[in-house]
Design a protein around this ligand. Sequence first.
Ligand code: FPP
Length: 239
Amino acid sequence: MSEIEPNIPANLKHIAIIMDGNGRWAQKRGKKRVMGHKAGMERAREMAEYCGEQGISVLTLFAFSSENWKRPQDEVSFLMDLFATSLKNESKKLHKNNVKLVVIGDKAGFDKRLQKAIDNAEELTKDNHGLLLQIAANYGGHWDITQAANQCLMDGIGKITEDDISKRLVTADVTDVDLMIRTGGEQRISNFLLWQTAYSELYFSDALWPDFDSKELEVAISDFAKRQRRFGQTGEQIG
Ligand code: FPP
């Protein structure tokens, strides 16, 4: 539990995070890159606990992009094993904490063992009503919009509306992202939730992901609280 009681703004429902900098964190310590992912997993767990405790509705973590398959084979294998093991080890605790876990992405791309671990964790937590924890894995924003458009075709829709697409994204019933955070010093979106971040506030941190603790998240939330979100209107209209 955090010592400082943060003020969570009422308009902050959904936080999405690009957890970047694991490899550099490890290399700076003379360790193999994958050790950064292991440390990054600890931070992911901490963020989920923090968001659950603070009453955030949705936390979406970018764990593995559609493009990450291009990484060295041993790093990809390590990430898949870490993902499967963590799902197995963490799902009971998530369930106890009333967290609903959902994996968003093209799950068909994973091996059967990982697909089974995902199914089990999703099934166990499906009726929970606390934090919705979305793990984006084998996810890409282009893929998501394209699969939604293809579903529209299959549903026989002649002229597609924005609502038709929204309803068929993997995040269908989930409120759009309010605050998008990227750690690791880069300032780009990297094909994350492209549709769902149309009006998100963006926050970039130089901290490498394994160093991004709940204090750093509180700084990001305080920064968000100062922003005026206009959604296309003027400042005067917002008041
Ligand atoms: C980007 O850092 C990080 C990833 C591609 C993997 C993220 C995975 C974790 C944090 C583990 C947690 C996983 C779950 C399922 C919650 P990078 O390797 O690109 O870092 P670099 O830019 O320093 O090389």
